[in-house]
Design a protein around this ligand. Structure first.
Ligand code: ADP
Ligand code: SF4
Length: 678
């Protein structure tokens, strides 16, 4: 007898217009950083999601025409028939696994750059383009331009049909679409039939939706991706205002509603600023206004939550971008009743940062993402290996655990020695800081997987020396002993050591190990010469512990690098709301005095307690001492011990070295490259 499962509802098929999705798992459109120039990488990445059980797999934003050129952001393109062979390969790769293939057609309007094409950026009105870094204005589209745009959109729909896509999107989300710009009273200042009243501002979207339905002739499904709210944007759409009016006005037209919130930083909020399901407060109402299926996102990783959302009628399909990156096999794991094997997204937005840089995305939890084609890495199938060696891994942080798991998955004998009484290294320590508890998922997934294997042993409270390594006598040794925060003022913008007695100086390691005595003064400086998240979470923690904090940085913005993880505005707002004071463009000189770099003026700061968040030094003594022993061969350093970087880089390093160990005789070039000329 087949046992029923609480998750069965997630595996019931659902009609989307003329097509049927085999289940409720919907890999939402997102760019992969491969774009149209590295199609093999993009195709393999999406095919992996289809293989992993996502019933619908969508291709991310695809430019419909040369006057919507996002370069140097590597988007997809379907400008003309020359693009079709790539799309046909993509469609086949997705459909081969029984999934539906969707394509998100888009025109960036006033968010386009047109740097490659040199064409004018177009939009409803002639205003500065919506990229403050670009000193250009848009051309206000006349009626002929609007007709041309509609024709170009129809042509792109036709090409998508010819390529074989099952679902064709109209994209009106993230503020990245021409339809957003026509809808918004900020950017639409027209006085003709496309401007002014709501009915006029929605006209273009409705016309293009109708055009698309005409072209597909009921043979393909038409989806509308629409952001129902633009939180934080002056005059932005509200889900209880015009956002709702759009759904009401077009309720039964599309075959599928894909709803979210805008801009991208709201849609892809990090875990520090949002919980699973954070978009539902905005999108919940949509199902009450349409009979058509609704898909929504919200960093869903819990099967119980997903099943209850379908059961309770909140959504018809569970949309996921980040959870499908972190675990392309999430649906199959639920189907096989192994939800404990899901590698849950930690909401760190490193994937987003890579996309912002325009390079193939990387993921903290899934080191195989983007490597499906170029390195032939599979997230679930262990690397094939001859023989059965013994490996000693020293350090059970992200790098050590990932390395150990990869070797153990290949059937080798693995021993992990960890000096501390608990595993996890930096993720365990950092998870105690405000907003970072999801970092523990990096540890918990790997520790659990290792605990299920008879060929892997984790030894806690086991600090290793060179003699211990010699005595252990394993075939290989991987040293993953991490890094230590510096206290000598060496950081991103200063390479000269400054030792000072002027302050009660602490590092993030001191704060995380609760190594701070009771202070006589309640004032603290947090000096940020790291520029990622650490200084801001330390500031947050100190405020919560009752201290007054002044955040000082030599750069002109707060937590500069977090602009790439889309967290910078939220961090600034959080610190402001906590009453933190800010001194930007401010450095300390060799006399231990702070001065403003722009004004070249000394600042009078009378605060003794200071947390220096700067560089880190690798804990590599054990590695170099072991390397110098002749009898020890096959010693590798990995993770922060090799080079202090992000948690994502540590995991990738652990994974890579494990694969290199398994493939020692056959070391190849780092990865295959996509060559344009063969
Ligand atoms: P990474 O990010 O590279 O994984 P972490 O700093 O997170 O690095 O983890 C390093 C781990 O190594 C820490 O948990 C630390 O306790 C452990 N460690 C450091 N030195 C030794 C040692 N000599 N023997 C065993 N474990 C060690
Ligand atoms: Fe999730 Fe971070 Fe991976 Fe992105 S990089 S999918 S946010 S774990």
């Amino acid at each position: 007898m087949i046992q029923s499962s609480p998750y069965d509802i997630l595996f019931t098929p659902i009609k989307i217009g003329p097509v049927e999705a085999p289940n409720r798992f919907f890999a939402a459109p997102h760019s992969t950083g491969h774009g149209w120039t590295e199609p093999k990488g993009a195709i393999a990445l999406r095919a992996m999601k289809a293989e992993g059980g996502w019933g619908t797999v969508a291709v991310g934003l695809t430019e419909i025409s040369p006057n919507s050129d996002f370069a140097n952001h590597p988007m997809e393109r379907i400008w003309d028939d020359g693009d079709l062979p790539r799309h046909e390969l993509q469609v086949n790769a997705i459909k081969n696994h029984g999934a539906l293939a969707a394509i998100e057609l888009g025109h960036g309007g006033m968010q386009s750059r047109n740097l490659t094409t040199g064409l004018p950026v177009i939009g409803p009105s002639g205003l500065s383009v919506l990229r403050p870094e670009m000193p250009i204005q848009s051309r206000a589209m006349d009626i002929a331009d609007i007709q041309l745009f509609r024709n170009e959109h129809k042509a792109a729909v036709k090409r998508s049909v010819n390529a074989g896509y099952d679902i064709i999107y109209i994209y009106a989300a993230h503020g990245l679409s021409i339809f957003n710009h026509f809808l918004s009273i900020n950017t639409n200042q027209r006085s003709d039939q496309y401007g002014g009243t709501f009915a006029n501002r929605i006209r273009l979207l409705k016309e293009v939706l109708e055009d698309t339905l005409d072209v597909v002739k009921g043979e393909r499904a038409v989806a509308l991706r629409f952001s129902v709210a633009e939180p934080g944007k002056p005059n932005g759409l509200r889900h209880d205002g015009e956002g709702r009016d759009v759904i009401e006005a077009l309720a039964e037209l599309p075959d599928l509603w894909d709803v979210n919130i805008s801009g991208w930083s709201n849609d892809s909020l990090s875990a520090r600023f949002s919980d699973e399901g954070f978009q539902l407060d905005y999108t919940n109402f949509v199902k009450s206004l349409t009979t058509k299926p609704v898909v929504g996102v919200g960093r869903f990783t819990s099967p119980d939550r997903m099943a209850s959302l379908i059961r309770n009628g909140n959504l018809d399909l569970i949309g996921a971008a980040r959870p499908s990156i972190a675990d392309p096999f999430l649906p199959n794991k639920i189907k096989n009743n192994l939800p404990e094997n899901i590698r849950e997204c930690i909401g760190c937005n490193v994937c987003v940062s890579m996309d912002a840089y325009g390079v193939p995305i990387k993921c903290t939890q899934n080191p195989t993402i983007s490597e499906e084609w170029r390195k032939e890495w599979h997230p679930e199938a262990p690397p094939i290996s001859k023989g059965r060696e013994s490996h000693l891994i020293i350090g059970a942080g992200p790098a050590g655990l990932e390395c150990a798991l990869t070797l153990a998955n290949a059937g080798h004998e693995v021993s992990i020695a960890e000096a501390r009484a608990e595993p996890g290294g930096r993720v365990t320590r950092e998870a105690s800081l405000p907003g970072l508890s999801s970092w523990l998922r990096v540890r918990d997934y790997r520790v659990y997987q290792l605990s299920q294997k008879s060929n892997a042993q984790l030894y806690l409270s086991s600090k290793m020396s060179v003699n211990d390594i010699i005595e252990f006598g394993s075939d290989t040794v991987c040293i993953a002993t991490g890094a230590t925060w510096r206290n000598d003022w060496v950081g991103s913008t200063n390479f000269d050591k400054i030792m000072t007695e002027k302050f009660n100086l602490f590092t993030p390691d001191d704060i995380m190990s609760k190594n701070i005595p009771k202070m006589s003064s309640s004032n603290f400086i947090v000096y940020d010469d790291d520029h990622y998240y650490m200084a801001s979470v330390i500031a947050e923690k100190l405020v919560k512990d009752g201290y007054c904090v002044t955040y000082i940085t030599p750069l002109p913005t707060i937590a500069s690098w977090t602009q790439y993880t889309l967290e910078q505005a939220a961090i600034t707002e959080r610190l402001q709301s906590l009453g933190v004071s800010f001194l930007l463009n401010c450095k300390m000189n060799q006399d231990h005095r702070f001065f403003n770099i722009i004004e070249n003026k000394e600042l009078q700061i009378d605060i003794k307690n200071l947390v220096f968040v700067g560089g880190r030094e690798p804990n590599d003594k054990l590695f170099y001492d072991s390397k110098s022993i002749n009898s020890l061969e096959n010693i590798f350093s990995i993770g922060d011990c090799l080079a202090p970087r992000t948690i994502q880089a540590a995991v990738l390093s652990g994974h890579q070295v494990a694969r290199d160990i398994l493939n020692r005789e056959n070391k190849q070039i780092p990865f295959k490259r996509e060559q344009t000329i063969h």
